[in-house]
Design a protein around this ligand. Sequence first.
Ligand SMILES: *[C@@H]1O[C@H](CO)[C@@H](O)[C@H](O)[C@H]1NC(C)=O
Ligand SMILES: *[C@@H]1O[C@H](CO)[C@@H](O)[C@H](O)[C@H]1NC(C)=O
Length: 298
Amino acid sequence: MFLVLLSFILLHFHLKQLELSGAQKTLQGRREVLEQACLSHTKKRQVLSPEDLKHLIVDDKHGLIYCYVPKVACTNWKRVLMVLTGNGRYTDPLAIPANEAHVAGNLHTLSEFSVTEINQRLRSYLKFIFVREPFERLVSAYRNKFTRSYNTAFHKRYGTKIIRRHRPNPEAEAMEKGNNVSFREFVQYLVDPRTQREEPFNEHWERVHALCHPCLIHYDVVGKYETLEPDAQAVLRLAAVEGKVQFPTSSKSTRTDGNMAARFFQYIGPFYQKKLFNLYRMDFLLFNYSTPEYLRTR
Ligand SMILES: *[C@@H]1O[C@H](CO)[C@@H](O)[C@H](O)[C@H]1NC(C)=O
Ligand SMILES: *[C@@H]1O[C@H](CO)[C@@H](O)[C@H](O)[C@H]1NC(C)=O
Protein backbone atom coordinates (compact mmCIF):
# COMPACT_ATOMS: atom_id res chain seq x y z
CA MET A 1 0.00 0.00 0.00
CA PHE A 2 2.71 2.39 1.02
CA LEU A 3 4.82 1.52 -2.00
CA VAL A 4 1.89 1.98 -4.36
CA LEU A 5 1.22 5.37 -2.89
CA LEU A 6 4.88 6.29 -3.11
CA SER A 7 5.14 5.30 -6.74
CA PHE A 8 1.99 7.27 -7.47
CA ILE A 9 3.52 10.32 -5.85
CA LEU A 10 6.74 9.83 -7.80
CA LEU A 11 4.85 9.41 -11.06
CA HIS A 12 2.79 12.48 -10.31
CA PHE A 13 5.94 14.44 -9.56
CA HIS A 14 7.48 13.19 -12.80
CA LEU A 15 4.42 14.27 -14.77
CA LYS A 16 4.54 17.71 -13.18
CA GLN A 17 8.17 18.01 -14.26
CA LEU A 18 7.29 17.01 -17.81
CA GLU A 19 4.43 19.49 -17.89
CA LEU A 20 6.72 22.23 -16.70
CA SER A 21 9.36 21.52 -19.29
CA GLY A 22 6.63 21.41 -21.97
CA ALA A 23 5.44 24.85 -20.90
CA GLN A 24 8.99 26.13 -20.81
CA LYS A 25 9.60 24.83 -24.32
CA THR A 26 6.50 26.63 -25.58
CA LEU A 27 7.59 29.89 -24.01
CA GLN A 28 11.13 29.47 -25.33
CA GLY A 29 9.71 28.82 -28.82
CA ARG A 30 7.69 32.03 -28.72
CA ARG A 31 10.73 34.04 -27.68
CA GLU A 32 12.70 32.58 -30.57
CA VAL A 33 9.97 33.33 -33.12
CA LEU A 34 9.81 36.88 -31.80
CA GLU A 35 13.56 37.38 -31.94
CA GLN A 36 13.77 36.02 -35.48
CA ALA A 37 10.83 38.12 -36.67
CA CYS A 38 12.43 41.22 -35.15
CA LEU A 39 15.69 40.50 -36.94
CA SER A 40 13.96 40.00 -40.29
CA HIS A 41 11.40 42.77 -40.15
CA THR A 42 12.72 45.70 -38.19
CA LYS A 43 15.10 48.23 -39.63
CA LYS A 44 17.60 50.28 -37.72
CA ARG A 45 17.88 49.96 -34.01
CA GLN A 46 15.82 52.65 -32.31
CA VAL A 47 16.31 54.04 -28.86
CA LEU A 48 13.44 54.21 -26.41
CA SER A 49 12.66 57.26 -24.33
CA PRO A 50 10.88 57.08 -20.96
CA GLU A 51 7.72 58.31 -22.77
CA ASP A 52 7.66 55.03 -24.69
CA LEU A 53 7.41 53.04 -21.46
CA LYS A 54 4.00 54.20 -20.24
CA HIS A 55 2.47 50.77 -20.74
CA LEU A 56 5.07 48.96 -18.68
CA ILE A 57 3.81 48.43 -15.15
CA VAL A 58 6.43 47.89 -12.46
CA ASP A 59 6.25 45.78 -9.32
CA ASP A 60 9.43 46.60 -7.39
CA LYS A 61 8.55 44.26 -4.56
CA HIS A 62 8.57 41.14 -6.71
CA GLY A 63 10.78 42.34 -9.54
CA LEU A 64 8.14 42.29 -12.28
CA ILE A 65 7.46 44.32 -15.38
CA TYR A 66 4.18 43.81 -17.25
CA CYS A 67 3.35 45.59 -20.48
CA TYR A 68 -0.40 45.94 -20.62
CA VAL A 69 -2.30 45.58 -23.88
CA PRO A 70 -5.98 46.56 -23.77
CA LYS A 71 -8.41 43.78 -24.78
CA VAL A 72 -5.96 41.10 -23.67
CA ALA A 73 -7.06 40.48 -20.06
CA CYS A 74 -5.28 43.62 -18.91
CA THR A 75 -7.89 44.49 -16.27
CA ASN A 76 -7.25 41.21 -14.52
CA TRP A 77 -3.48 41.60 -14.75
CA LYS A 78 -3.72 45.10 -13.30
CA ARG A 79 -5.84 43.72 -10.48
CA VAL A 80 -3.25 41.00 -9.80
CA LEU A 81 -0.49 43.61 -9.73
CA MET A 82 -2.52 45.77 -7.36
CA VAL A 83 -2.76 42.80 -5.00
CA LEU A 84 0.99 42.19 -5.30
CA THR A 85 2.01 45.81 -4.79
CA GLY A 86 -0.75 46.83 -2.40
CA ASN A 87 0.99 45.98 0.90
CA GLY A 88 -1.96 43.88 2.01
CA ARG A 89 -4.59 46.42 1.01
CA TYR A 90 -6.16 43.87 -1.35
CA THR A 91 -6.25 40.11 -1.28
CA ASP A 92 -8.80 39.12 -3.92
CA PRO A 93 -8.17 40.55 -7.39
CA LEU A 94 -11.85 40.31 -8.32
CA ALA A 95 -12.82 42.44 -5.33
CA ILE A 96 -11.11 45.38 -7.05
CA PRO A 97 -13.60 47.23 -9.29
CA ALA A 98 -12.51 47.31 -12.94
CA ASN A 99 -12.52 51.11 -13.09
CA GLU A 100 -10.23 51.26 -10.06
CA ALA A 101 -7.77 48.93 -11.78
CA HIS A 102 -7.48 51.48 -14.59
CA VAL A 103 -6.97 54.60 -12.47
CA ALA A 104 -3.61 56.07 -13.43
CA GLY A 105 -1.41 56.25 -10.36
CA ASN A 106 -2.69 53.09 -8.67
CA LEU A 107 0.20 51.28 -10.30
CA HIS A 108 3.65 52.55 -11.22
CA THR A 109 4.92 52.55 -14.77
CA LEU A 110 8.49 52.36 -15.98
CA SER A 111 8.15 55.82 -17.55
CA GLU A 112 8.11 57.37 -14.07
CA PHE A 113 11.71 56.35 -13.35
CA SER A 114 15.07 57.87 -14.28
CA VAL A 115 17.05 56.34 -17.14
CA THR A 116 19.41 54.60 -14.69
CA GLU A 117 16.51 53.18 -12.70
CA ILE A 118 14.80 52.06 -15.90
CA ASN A 119 17.88 50.21 -17.11
CA GLN A 120 18.39 48.53 -13.74
CA ARG A 121 14.85 47.23 -13.81
CA LEU A 122 14.92 46.15 -17.45
CA ARG A 123 18.08 44.16 -16.74
CA SER A 124 16.97 42.29 -13.68
CA TYR A 125 13.16 42.03 -13.55
CA LEU A 126 10.92 39.35 -15.01
CA LYS A 127 9.30 41.02 -18.01
CA PHE A 128 6.08 39.73 -19.49
CA ILE A 129 3.41 40.62 -21.98
CA PHE A 130 0.12 39.09 -23.10
CA VAL A 131 -0.92 39.16 -26.74
CA ARG A 132 -3.92 38.02 -28.76
CA GLU A 133 -4.79 37.26 -32.37
CA PRO A 134 -4.66 40.81 -33.77
CA PHE A 135 -8.03 40.84 -35.55
CA GLU A 136 -9.84 39.15 -32.65
CA ARG A 137 -8.42 41.90 -30.45
CA LEU A 138 -9.47 44.58 -32.93
CA VAL A 139 -13.02 43.29 -33.22
CA SER A 140 -13.20 43.03 -29.45
CA ALA A 141 -12.15 46.69 -29.17
CA TYR A 142 -14.71 47.71 -31.79
CA ARG A 143 -17.56 45.88 -30.08
CA ASN A 144 -16.64 47.18 -26.66
CA LYS A 145 -16.12 50.81 -27.64
CA PHE A 146 -18.63 51.35 -30.43
CA THR A 147 -21.55 48.98 -29.96
CA ARG A 148 -22.28 49.55 -26.27
CA SER A 149 -24.56 52.48 -25.68
CA TYR A 150 -22.87 53.34 -22.34
CA ASN A 151 -19.56 54.10 -24.01
CA THR A 152 -20.58 57.67 -24.81
CA ALA A 153 -17.06 59.05 -24.30
CA PHE A 154 -15.68 56.92 -27.13
CA HIS A 155 -18.66 57.71 -29.33
CA LYS A 156 -18.14 61.41 -28.79
CA ARG A 157 -14.35 61.37 -29.11
CA TYR A 158 -13.94 58.93 -32.02
CA GLY A 159 -17.42 58.08 -33.30
CA THR A 160 -18.28 61.64 -34.35
CA LYS A 161 -15.04 61.94 -36.31
CA ILE A 162 -15.47 58.54 -37.96
CA ILE A 163 -19.03 59.35 -39.03
CA ARG A 164 -18.11 62.79 -40.36
CA ARG A 165 -15.31 61.36 -42.46
CA HIS A 166 -16.55 57.98 -43.53
CA ARG A 167 -20.35 58.05 -43.70
CA PRO A 168 -21.96 59.57 -46.77
CA ASN A 169 -24.79 61.96 -45.84
CA PRO A 170 -24.73 61.42 -42.08
CA GLU A 171 -27.69 62.52 -40.01
CA ALA A 172 -27.20 65.47 -37.69
CA GLU A 173 -27.75 63.34 -34.60
CA ALA A 174 -25.16 60.79 -35.69
CA MET A 175 -22.61 63.55 -36.30
CA GLU A 176 -23.27 65.02 -32.90
CA LYS A 177 -23.39 61.85 -30.78
CA GLY A 178 -21.21 59.47 -32.78
CA ASN A 179 -23.44 56.48 -32.11
CA ASN A 180 -23.74 53.37 -34.29
CA VAL A 181 -20.36 53.44 -36.00
CA SER A 182 -20.26 50.35 -38.22
CA PHE A 183 -17.27 48.01 -38.32
CA ARG A 184 -16.73 49.01 -41.95
CA GLU A 185 -16.58 52.70 -41.00
CA PHE A 186 -14.18 51.88 -38.18
CA VAL A 187 -11.90 50.02 -40.60
CA GLN A 188 -11.98 52.94 -43.04
CA TYR A 189 -10.94 55.23 -40.20
CA LEU A 190 -8.04 52.94 -39.22
CA VAL A 191 -6.55 52.69 -42.71
CA ASP A 192 -7.06 56.39 -43.55
CA PRO A 193 -3.54 57.91 -43.59
CA ARG A 194 -4.91 61.08 -41.96
CA THR A 195 -5.81 59.19 -38.80
CA GLN A 196 -2.28 58.41 -37.68
CA ARG A 197 -0.91 61.67 -39.01
CA GLU A 198 -3.20 63.53 -36.63
CA GLU A 199 -2.57 61.50 -33.49
CA PRO A 200 -1.41 58.06 -32.41
CA PHE A 201 -4.04 55.34 -32.39
CA ASN A 202 -5.99 54.94 -29.19
CA GLU A 203 -4.43 52.21 -27.06
CA HIS A 204 -7.40 49.91 -27.60
CA TRP A 205 -6.55 49.52 -31.27
CA GLU A 206 -2.88 50.49 -31.28
CA ARG A 207 -0.63 47.62 -32.32
CA VAL A 208 1.17 45.68 -29.63
CA HIS A 209 4.56 46.37 -31.16
CA ALA A 210 3.90 50.11 -30.83
CA LEU A 211 2.63 49.83 -27.24
CA CYS A 212 5.21 47.41 -25.83
CA HIS A 213 8.28 47.55 -28.15
CA PRO A 214 8.88 43.80 -28.13
CA CYS A 215 11.90 44.09 -30.44
CA LEU A 216 13.71 46.41 -28.05
CA ILE A 217 12.52 45.04 -24.73
CA HIS A 218 13.34 41.38 -24.37
CA TYR A 219 10.27 39.93 -22.72
CA ASP A 220 10.91 36.78 -20.71
CA VAL A 221 7.36 35.57 -21.20
CA VAL A 222 5.04 36.16 -24.14
CA GLY A 223 1.68 34.97 -22.87
CA LYS A 224 -1.28 34.44 -25.17
CA TYR A 225 -4.93 35.19 -24.62
CA GLU A 226 -5.77 31.96 -26.40
CA THR A 227 -4.01 30.05 -23.60
CA LEU A 228 -4.59 32.63 -20.88
CA GLU A 229 -4.97 30.41 -17.82
CA PRO A 230 -1.90 28.17 -18.22
CA ASP A 231 0.22 31.11 -19.39
CA ALA A 232 -0.87 33.26 -16.45
CA GLN A 233 0.01 30.43 -14.11
CA ALA A 234 3.41 30.10 -15.73
CA VAL A 235 4.08 33.80 -15.08
CA LEU A 236 3.01 33.61 -11.43
CA ARG A 237 5.16 30.50 -10.98
CA LEU A 238 8.22 32.11 -12.57
CA ALA A 239 7.65 35.20 -10.42
CA ALA A 240 7.41 32.95 -7.35
CA VAL A 241 4.13 34.56 -6.25
CA GLU A 242 1.82 31.57 -6.75
CA GLY A 243 1.04 31.54 -3.05
CA LYS A 244 0.22 35.26 -2.89
CA VAL A 245 -2.33 35.72 -5.63
CA GLN A 246 -4.39 33.73 -8.09
CA PHE A 247 -5.08 34.89 -11.60
CA PRO A 248 -8.87 35.32 -11.89
CA THR A 249 -10.47 32.74 -14.14
CA SER A 250 -12.84 34.65 -16.33
CA SER A 251 -16.39 33.56 -16.90
CA LYS A 252 -17.00 31.97 -20.28
CA SER A 253 -19.59 34.58 -21.15
CA THR A 254 -17.04 37.35 -21.45
CA ARG A 255 -14.61 35.32 -23.55
CA THR A 256 -15.19 35.12 -27.27
CA ASP A 257 -14.95 31.85 -29.15
CA GLY A 258 -11.91 33.01 -31.11
CA ASN A 259 -13.96 33.25 -34.27
CA MET A 260 -15.55 36.64 -33.88
CA ALA A 261 -13.37 38.38 -36.45
CA ALA A 262 -14.46 36.11 -39.32
CA ARG A 263 -18.05 37.22 -38.81
CA PHE A 264 -17.18 40.92 -38.88
CA PHE A 265 -14.79 40.64 -41.83
CA GLN A 266 -17.55 39.32 -44.10
CA TYR A 267 -18.69 42.91 -44.50
CA ILE A 268 -15.28 44.27 -45.42
CA GLY A 269 -14.16 44.17 -49.04
CA PRO A 270 -10.78 42.80 -50.17
CA PHE A 271 -9.32 46.29 -50.66
CA TYR A 272 -9.82 47.29 -47.03
CA GLN A 273 -9.01 43.82 -45.74
CA LYS A 274 -5.63 44.03 -47.39
CA LYS A 275 -4.93 47.51 -46.04
CA LEU A 276 -5.95 46.47 -42.56
CA PHE A 277 -3.78 43.37 -42.70
CA ASN A 278 -0.79 45.51 -43.69
CA LEU A 279 -1.50 47.77 -40.75
CA TYR A 280 -1.48 44.90 -38.25
CA ARG A 281 1.04 42.72 -40.09
CA MET A 282 3.85 43.15 -37.57
CA ASP A 283 1.70 41.87 -34.73
CA PHE A 284 0.83 38.78 -36.79
CA LEU A 285 4.51 38.14 -37.57
CA LEU A 286 6.05 38.90 -34.20
CA PHE A 287 3.66 36.72 -32.26
CA ASN A 288 3.35 33.88 -34.76
CA TYR A 289 -0.30 34.33 -35.67
CA SER A 290 -1.05 32.92 -39.09
CA THR A 291 -2.88 34.91 -41.74
CA PRO A 292 -6.60 34.31 -41.12
CA GLU A 293 -8.18 31.90 -43.57
CA TYR A 294 -11.21 34.11 -44.07
CA LEU A 295 -9.06 36.99 -45.25
CA ARG A 296 -9.58 38.01 -48.88
CA THR A 297 -6.68 40.08 -50.05
CA ARG A 298 -7.00 39.67 -53.82
C1 LIG B 1 3.95 29.08 -34.80
O1 LIG B 1 2.76 28.85 -35.48
C2 LIG B 1 2.71 27.63 -36.18
C3 LIG B 1 1.42 27.60 -37.00
O2 LIG B 1 0.31 27.88 -36.21
C4 LIG B 1 2.82 26.48 -35.18
O3 LIG B 1 2.78 25.25 -35.84
C5 LIG B 1 4.13 26.62 -34.41
O4 LIG B 1 4.20 25.64 -33.41
C6 LIG B 1 4.21 28.00 -33.78
N1 LIG B 1 5.54 28.17 -33.19
C7 LIG B 1 5.71 28.53 -31.93
C8 LIG B 1 7.10 28.63 -31.49
O5 LIG B 1 4.79 28.77 -31.18
C1 LIG C 1 -28.33 54.32 -32.97
O1 LIG C 1 -28.00 54.36 -31.59
C2 LIG C 1 -29.05 54.75 -30.75
C3 LIG C 1 -28.50 54.88 -29.34
O2 LIG C 1 -27.35 54.17 -29.13
C4 LIG C 1 -30.20 53.78 -30.87
O3 LIG C 1 -31.26 54.16 -30.04
C5 LIG C 1 -30.66 53.75 -32.32
O4 LIG C 1 -31.66 52.77 -32.50
C6 LIG C 1 -29.52 53.45 -33.27
N1 LIG C 1 -29.93 53.63 -34.64
C7 LIG C 1 -29.71 52.76 -35.59
C8 LIG C 1 -30.17 53.16 -36.95
O5 LIG C 1 -29.17 51.70 -35.42
